[in-house]
Design a protein around this ligand. Structure first.
Ligand code: ADP
Ligand code: MG
Ligand code: MG
Length: 904
């Protein structure tokens, strides 16, 4: 590391070396502490070791850059001078917190140590100085426990066993016959410290370090080390945080919320993080420290109660919170401590929120003129909109459950939505059960950062303890999980894998339902209904005037529509899907797969007859049966979409997918077709392919059997002409799949054009239509200029293009692709997000060649990627006209498209 780089950044007494825009270097927490100090908010002094040092540490086998030790000592002296205390001084000791903090907040994923600097001497100084031995030993007890866990790595042996030091604490409380740690005396706590130290010695074979500097460096190394603990890595994978960012370390003077009843610690949000309502929101505990609120040790009290207990500090807290929201122009999540009625701020960051809250806060802040519409659009993650569309419980179902006595209790509505699943008690079980296809609800006394994979796998999360700012609530909000926290009626027994509510007993595997919007917990399963927004837009069973969330949603989507450049269409094969898409404001159908219609009801029989026919006459006979059915389907979809374009793809999959599978099916078909069983069996076996993905499919079918394309074109144009006669204005776009040369498209085009002309003449109407192709083979990209001469439009089929570009079958990739991504051989699954360097580069070639030879050639994408926000951003950048995605992703795609337009 270049020596000119600073190794520490100090803050304190109104001055700071850093500021809010230095997140990359100081981490989010550090940048927030520096900025708050700058704007005159009371923050205990300290310093930040930047992320660069973390990266150096990992690049140099866990060694520190030269000069760090001196820089830390100097920065520490500043803090000492600032406060008039000395680190390690037996009379007037300075105590420190050592805190992690990455660029993006990763709540609870990395480590923190509080009260550092205490030993058998300094604790006496602290006791004498504060005239409060109980407080001194409470701090000492907390310190030894945290240090043992974070720095010395003293853990419980398995998932059901409690941490060994927690066990000692619990037995002490039992021995004294008290419930809360606040009820233990100074002597109890002193004994606990000795017991802890003995346990550490016996388990780890070494003494607890008494030297404060040794403690400090132990803690700094542990915090850097925690960047790469399992849960932090899992978290980064889940939220795509790069592993090379590193964490900063914040070393800061302690302030104490555990000095007595005029002290407290707490967390507040400037708006409700679950609903987004503009309420001052938060929780606190009297006479407590640090993680007590978040860890769910005691269920905290609502912030409004602080007004009565400590009016002055409360007033100051409100003032500071308002100031911070205004300063950062964003909802803040704030950590504070009150020491003898004096307020100290320990952290501020933009608060994690549910999709509901994200939308509401963005829309409200525009109304309050805090942010612009464009900023509002950038403040909602496109995928968060999914939450708004999730089913909710049917009110009648809930009432019935209640009548039947299935309401188990109420907790805090921490993550809105409805979740039903089978009870599991451990995160690892949630992952395992989910892996075999079970829907589970994770039920815990409280959750810890180790549980995130399990929370991710569960439909919902239920905790018996903890508040709205507990770990469970915080993480669930961010994941968009249904969550109920602090349902105190529950008694959970991990070892027996049971939970009790009064006399009701539920076991692992029993069904349970959570209404995360009301906080109600029911046993059993409950029927669900479409979300409020769907009830307004789709089923029209709710008036928009009665649904605030729908009003906000519509307003927000209007801003997205005004901002985006990309069109958004839908992949839909049936009229009901098209109707959903239309309700969300889809601007057409980008992919209608005709073969999906072939599997329905008795159609499959006619399809099989067609495939297995001896000759063209036989095929035409079978196709004639299919014609009216296809015409009906197309008419339905074209009608629903009104004058919007409907892209209909001619038959694409390999024929053998439709073949009879069992012997019984073959026998039955032989009878219907009047051919010998053996002949048919032979025919079926001939049609099998070694590699169907690269076999007889796509336009190759239409080339071999032109009558198939002909029938489909006839169905399309007859449907369109009938609608035209009814005074409607249908707009079909006929799309030929898997084209790799100009000639293929040319031949298919001739057929479609001929049928279109004949049909329009027969009906004596004119219909607007286009003929185009899918671009889904590398060769098609390379000769796109020639293909463009035959095409009115291109639609990128990025599923097949990814398969053929990477030589990777999507159906077989599951065996190795995940480990490829884990090992960093691929940045991510190319079937999820477009592989820009490979597939994306081919697309760019095709776009350039296509447009050069055909001005105004319409271009879209209809692969799965069309609904994925980062792929959509790419589509915007390369200048496509539209993306097409599944019906429920239309709003997501629109928002992603608007964001892409704003980011460029
Ligand atoms: P996290 O990133 O997990 O939130 P923090 O570094 O914020 O971890 O520390 C957790 C808690 O420890 C804080 O919310 C705060 O209550 C307490 N804490 C941290 N530093 C101090 C300090 N200097 N004085 C008092 N309490 C502190
Ligand atoms: Mg914190
Ligand atoms: Mg394809």
């Amino acid at each position: 590391m270049a020596t000119k780089n600073r190794l520490t950044y100090s803050f304190g007494a109104g001055k700071a070396d850093g500021h809010a825009r230095m997140r990359d270097l100081l981490g989010g927490k550090g940048a927030g502490l520096h900025e708050m100090t700058r704007i005159g908010i009371p923050v205990p002094p300290g310093f930040t070791i930047p992320t660069e040092v973390c990266n150096y540490f990992y690049a140099h086998r866990q060694h520190y850059p030269n000069g760090l030790e001196k820089a830390v000592a100097d920065a520490l002296h500043k803090v000492e001078n600032n406060l008039g205390r000395r680190f390690g001084d037996p009379v007037n000791p300075l105590l420190l917190s050592v805190r992690s903090g990455a660029r993006e907040s990763m709540p609870g994923m990395m480590d923190t140590v509080l009260n550092l600097g205490l030993n058998d001497h300094t604790v006496e100084g602290l006791a004498a100085q504060s005239k409060n031995p109980r407080f001194a030993y409470d701090s000492y007890r907390r310190f030894v426990q945290m240090y043992a866990d974070v720095v010395l790595g003293l853990k419980s042996k398995d998932k059901t066993a409690a941490n060994p030091l927690t066990q000692i604490l619990e037995s002490k409380k039992a021995q004294r016959n008290v419930r809360l740690d606040t009820e233990l005396s100074a002597d109890d706590l002193r004994e606990l410290v000795s017991a802890y130290k003995r346990e550490i010695k016996s388990r780890l074979g070494k003494e607890f370090p008494e030297d404060p500097y040794e403690q400090l460096w132990g803690a700094i190394s542990a915090v850097f080390g925690s960047w790469n603990n399992d849960r932090a890595i899992a978290y980064r994978e889940m939220y795509r945080i790069p592993h090379h960012w590193g964490t900063a370390v914040n070393v800061q003077a302690m302030v104490f919320g555990n000095l007595g009843d005029d002290c407290a610690t707490g967390v507040t949000f400037t708006r409700d993080p679950a609903t987004g309502e503009k309420n001052f929101y938060g929780e606190f505990l009297i006479n407590a420290q640090g993680e007590d609120v978040v860890a769910g040790i005691r269920t905290p009290r609502a912030i409004s109660e602080l007004e009565q207990t400590m009016p002055k500090a409360y007033g100051e807290l409100r003032r500071v919170c308002k100031l911070l929201e205004k300063h950062f122009r964003e909802m803040q999540d704030i950590e504070f401590t009150i020491e003898n009625h004096k307020l100290w701020l320990l952290q501020t960051r933009s608060g994690k929120r549910t999709g509901f809250a994200a939308l509401r806060i963005a829309v409200d802040m525009v109304g309050e003129r805090i942010i612009s519409k464009h900023e509002a659009l950038l403040r909602v993650e496109p995928d968060q909109l999914n939450q708004l569309l999730r089913p909710i419980f049917d009110l009648q179902g809930k009432q019935r459950a209640q009548r039947e006595g299935h309401l188990l209790g109420r907790g805090l509505a921490a993550g809105p939505g409805a979740a039903t699943g089978r009870i599991v008690f451990h995160a690892a079980d949630a992952v395992e059960w989910h892996g075999r296809g079970e829907r589970v609800v994770l039920c815990r006394i409280e959750t810890s950062p180790d549980d995130i994979r399990g929370m991710d796998a569960a439909q919902g999360v239920l905790t018996a303890r903890g508040g709205m700012t507990s770990h469970a609530a915080l993480v669930a909000r961010q994941m968009g999980k249904v969550c109920i926290a602090g349902c105190e009626a529950l008694q959970i027994d991990y070892a027996a894998r049971m939970l009790h509510v009064g006399s009701t007993e539920l076991r692992e595997g029993d069904w349970i339902s959570l209404d995360g919007s009301s906080g109600e917990v029911f046993r059993g399963e409950i029927q669900t209904l479409p979300s409020e927004i769907l009830q307004v837009l789709l089923t029209r069973s709710l008036d928009i005037r009665q649904s605030e969330i729908s009003q906000q949603f519509m307003k927000f989507m209007k801003w997205a529509d005004q901002t985006r450049k990309l069109g958004v269409r839908t992949n839909a094969d049936q009229p009901d899907q098209a109707a959903i898409a239309k309700a969300f404001g889809s601007e057409g159908i980008g992919l209608c797969r005709t073969e999906h219609m072939f599997f329905q009801g008795d159609r499959i029989q006619a399809v099989r007859e067609m495939i297995l026919a001896e000759d063209e006459t036989g095929r035409r006979r079978a196709l004639a049966k299919l014609l009216p059915m296809q015409r009906q389907d197309f008419k339905g979809i074209l009608d629903i979409m009104g004058g919007l374009p409907v892209t209909i793809r001619t038959l694409d999959p390999p024929l053998h997918e439709f073949l009879p599978k069992t012997d019984g099916e073959i026998r039955e078909l032989a009878q219907v077709m009047g051919v010998a069983l053996e002949t048919l069996r032979h025919k079926v076996s001939v049609l099998q392919e070694f590699n169907p993905m690269l076999g007889h499919r796509g336009c190759r079918l239409g080339i071999s059997y032109p009558e198939i394309t002909e029938m489909q074109a006839q169905a399309i144009f007859e449907a369109a002409c009938e609608l035209r006669r009814e005074g409607k204005n249908p707009f079909p776009e006929v799309m030929i799949p898997l084209v790799s040369s100009r000639q293929e498209l040319h031949e298919q085009r001739i057929i479609v054009e001929r049928v279109a002309k004949q049909t329009m003449e027969k009906f004596r109407v004119k219909v607007r239509y286009l003929i185009g192709t899918m671009i889904e083979l590398p060769r098609a990209c390379m000769v796109a200029d020639e293909i463009a001469e035959e095409a009115d439009f291109f639609s990128f089929g990025t599923n097949d293009l990814t398969q053929t570009c990477l030589g990777l079958s999507r159906d077989d990739a599951g065996k190795f692709l995940p480990s490829y991504v884990l090992q960093g051989l691929l940045p991510e699954d190319p079937f999820v997000s477009i592989d820009r360097d490979g597939v994306g580069a081919l697309m760019q070639i095709a776009i350039a060649k296509g447009r050069r030879h055909h001005k105004g050639l319409e271009m879209g994408i209809c692969g799965e990627h069309g609904g994925e926000p980062r792929s959509i951003e790419f589509c915007h950048q390369v200048g496509l006209d539209y993306v097409s995605c599944s019906p429920y992703r239309v709003a997501i795609a629109k928002l992603a498209a608007a964001q892409a337009a704003l980011r460029k």
